[in-house]
Design a protein around this ligand. Sequence first.
Ligand code: FAD
Ligand code: NAD
Length: 474
Amino acid sequence: METRVDLAIIGSGSGNTLISPYWDNKRVAIAESGVFGGTCLNVGCIPTKMLVRPATLARTPEEAARLGITMHTEGADWPAIRDRVFGRIDAVSAAGERYRRDEQEHVQLISQEVRLDGPHAFVSVDGTRVEAEQLVIAAGSRALLPDIPGIDLPQVHTSDTVMRIPELPGRVLVIGGGAIASEFAAVFSGLGSAVTQVHRGPRLLSHSDVEISERFTAVAGGHWELRLERTVARLDPDPAGGVIAELSGGGPADERVSADLVLVALGRRPNSDRVGAAEAGLDLHEDGRLVVDEYQRVLSGGTPVPGVYALGDVCTPLQLKHVANREARVVAHNLEHPGGLRAASRDAVPAAIFSDPEVAEVGLTEAEAIAQFGAERVTAYTQDYGDTAYGWAMEDRTGLVKVVADRSDGRILGAHVVGYQASNLIQVAVMAMSFGIDAYTAARGQYWIHPALMEVVENALLGLDVPHGEPAPL
Ligand SMILES: Cc1cc2nc3c(=O)[nH]c(=O)nc-3n(C[C@H](O)[C@H](O)[C@H](O)COP(=O)(O)OP(=O)(O)OC[C@H]3O[C@@H](n4cnc5c(N)ncnc54)[C@H](O)[C@@H]3O)c2cc1C
Ligand SMILES: NC(=O)c1ccc[n+]([C@@H]2O[C@H](COP(=O)([O-])OP(=O)(O)OC[C@H]3O[C@@H](n4cnc5c(N)ncnc54)[C@H](O)[C@@H]3O)[C@@H](O)[C@H]2O)c1
């Protein structure tokens, strides 16, 4: 079967948001081979954070004890937690799918794997060919699996499967030191599993500012077991049940870790191969990402292909939902205004890791800033939560905010937070960076509620060695 449409989309994650009322009187085809709604809704941001919340609550007695309150977590009802999470999410996904399939006559939902047939067409596994005036590749990414013996054992999971397990495992082995590994280590450990996290480097979240990464590693190491500078060489079935992992690298020779469940989180590769991008003549980065220009147009032989766009994990170096969504808004505009293309901005993109503790960051680390501008130009200041009034109220001993700025003009170059509510505290710095507000003006040019935790950000900004302006705000 052959169809001609005005717009064809591969992927129903952020790709689904492109179908605005503008397309109501036109023909649209959207292909989705997996669960409708994509990664963030079904197996990513949303369910993980819905699990982080109860896990964080389960750990409250530790904080309460510092404040003179005796509390106990009696236990975690995993089936109830899991069913609450997916009871909500599955319904949202099903409703979204129903809407596109049954309620929008102009939209053809193709629930199959498709491959490009040239840049302006795709073919599904059942042979349906869709030719499009404009086409968007929003095919996302997938988990990478290491090539080690035992990786196909049934106890081995990725983030795609680990959230629907029937019961809470007693012992969990987490392989990886990045975002997904650190979030799930916190979830399982908070809910009561004995967690061991294996990471090849000396610090978790190794791309973060060193101070943040060091603090995070130290606090996480107090919550669950870490095996740093180690890798998992092989996994074998344990005759007693579960899996035995053999570790290699530094540390005790031939160390073995037993676990009931293994979570692998070693990064995600773009799905450009699944859509046959190379065969369609599209340009790829070495890591498999589609090459796009500032307007999100895909390139072929270094030249933009008219009317063909990509967005999200399949092309961006920042695998984040708010980035995929921003790129989708840019693509939506450009599809609707081919004569007035708008560029995507990558300024001040924040990210948060919802682990225990939480981490949030935006812009350059201190080391990156020094490498870019030279040590003379860079000023950085670290403010501990514990040295502010709300930090006293919390009896906090581990949270910190670090701000990096240009000493010559006070421009904020980066901000980094580890601790309670890090993902919210960072937004002040994101706003200042996005609107070009210098560090001193951001600190003194507005009121800060006293004694809110946010004062830790105010104090970090005030600690910087930057110009105060003339006249300086009081
Ligand atoms: C466990 C986890 C937690 C995360 N947490 C966060 C977070 O807290 N905050 C954050 O900002 N980001 C988070 N992310 C990242 C975020 O989920 C992604 O960056 C975002 O969802 C990418 O959106 P997308 O539209 O590019 O791709 P997706 O949402 O993955 O959509 C792509 C879709 O394309 C489909 N597809 C692929 N190939 C084909 C084909 N050939 N034919 C048909 N369909 C195809 C796929 O099935 C998929 O549904 C997390 C990711 C994971 C895995
Ligand atoms: N809260 C969030 O925003 C959030 C949460 C989860 C995931 N995500 C997104 O999803 C992406 C994927 O997450 P992730 O945790 O899988 O990737 P990641 O890039 O964050 O971490 C990958 C980890 O695996 C390690 N690693 C890679 N290859 C290895 C190998 N061969 N042997 C041993 N270790 C190896 C790396 O050192 C790193 O610690 C992230 O980059 C992030 O953008 C975001």
